[in-house]
Design a protein around this ligand. Structure first.
Ligand code: SF4
Length: 380
């Protein structure tokens, strides 16, 4: 799972938007300067939410994620960022960023999407699940009024991303599904600037919004928390089945997809579960969808468990390969040989990595330089 390095303070935020602010000075444009504005809770503007229906007695029915919250007037849904105001549903996080960083795309992780490039990464407060191991709980399990929030509307975010020389805007750290409207508008603004857009998500979203979102995004990474409903319910307050549906839908929409599985000792690292997961990915999504098994470290409410033994991760790697998957990686084990990408046809290393650093890309027009066979991914 990807960590958000900072809970943004004002200095960090201005540094992240520095290129943008330099552009303001040169061009006199007013819009990016708004990135400086720190918002208090009362100043965060309402923005009409997408995907909801009116219900009886001024209630609203949210149709964004599988929770389908029914929300009374002046109340919010589970995620804490969508509010019913007099029978109209609004989002409280449109243009209200609480974390902004420029990260290597490998940190998301995307290993088959523009390797060696940077992603202008942003988040707002809120999440629609509550994982006991969350690395970013300080922003995900809170409301926008409870964290430092800065105004960064979509066009300003896209301008800042272009100034930072990132090739991609990444929606990440907390759960982008809950800031759907902000993500969607920013992805379209980024496209106008010639940038790509990617989402790092739990995949807990309904079908209709996901299909529309796929039209605005170039790639999606899904954190698959477990292959058991019990774990989803008890450890994450979520559900497995809708996430599996999302994975199939993203793949069917032709979006580049990578999957991360955080292996938590004793809770989701059983050999039978891992084998079933690998077989499912091979059968339903095909062998070219990368699967990253990531090392857990004690965090948030799960501090009683040890870090994942590397031997367990290596066993998962074997099971993935045995299932026929072409690209299985280990995460949070810097220097492990599985960090590099090998050509599934001839075995040559086509992307050599150490940690988040790409040392070599041996691909020509998306094909292995050694044998000439195509390697699945978005390489240029
Ligand atoms: S997006 Fe938020 S408000 Fe809507 S159903 Fe999901 S948790 Fe509830």
């Amino acid at each position: 799972m990807e960590g958000c390095a900072v809970r943004l303070d004002r200095r960090d935020f201005l540094r992240s938007c520095g290129g943008c602010l330099a552009a303001v000075a040169a061009s006199g444009l007013a819009a990016p300067a708004r990135a400086q504005a720190r918002l208090s809770g009362a100043d965060i503007p309402d923005h009409e939410a997408m995907f909801w229906d009116p219900a009886e007695s001024q209630r609203v029915q949210c149709q964004l994620c599988p929770r389908k919250c029914r929300v009374d007037d002046l109340e919010r849904g589970y995620c804490g960022v969508r509010e019913n105001k007099g029978g109209k549903y609004v989002t409280r996080v449109w243009g209200a960023a609480c974390a902004v960083n420029v990260d290597p795309i490998e940190k998301k992780p995307f290993f088959h999407f523009l390797p060696g490039s940077n992603a202008f990464s942003l988040a707002t407060a809120g999440c629609n699940v509550d994982c006991a191991f969350c690395q970013n709980w300080e922003i995900s399990q809170t409301r926008p009024e409870q964290v430092d929030v800065y105004s960064l509307p979509p066009r300003d975010a896209a301008a800042s991303a272009a100034q930072s020389r990132a090739r991609t805007v990444a929606f990440t750290y907390s759960e982008p599904v809950v800031f759907y409207e902000y993500m969607y508008d920013t992805a379209l603004a980024a496209r106008e600037k010639g940038l790509r857009a990617v989402m790092v998500s739990n995949g807990y979203i309904q079908e209709k919004p996901l299909v529309q979102l796929c039209g605005a995004l170039d790639a999606i990474k899904v954190d698959l928390k477990s292959f058991r409903e019990k774990y989803y319910k008890e450890v994450c307050s979520g559900e497995l089945a809708p996430v599996l549906d999302s994975l199939k839908l993203i793949h069917a929409q032709g979006k580049w997809l990578e999957i991360v599985y955080l292996m938590v000792p004793t809770l989701n690292d059983g050999e039978a579960e891992i084998a079933e997961l690998c077989d499912w990915v091979a059968r339903e999504l095909g062998p070219d969808v990368p699967l990253h098994f990531t090392r857990f470290h004690p965090m948030y409410r799960l501090t009683r468990l040890p870090s994942t033994p590397v031997a367990s991760l290596e066993r998962a790697l074997e099971l993935g390969r045995k299932a026929g998957l072409h690209f299985v990686y280990l995460g949070n084990v810097p220097g492990h040989p599985s960090e590099s990408t090998r050509c599934p046809s001839c075995g040559a290393v086509v992307v050599r990595r150490v940690g988040y650093t790409v040392l070599e890309v041996a691909l020509k027009s998306g094909s292995c330089k050694a044998c000439g066979k195509p390697v699945a991914g978005v390489w240029t």
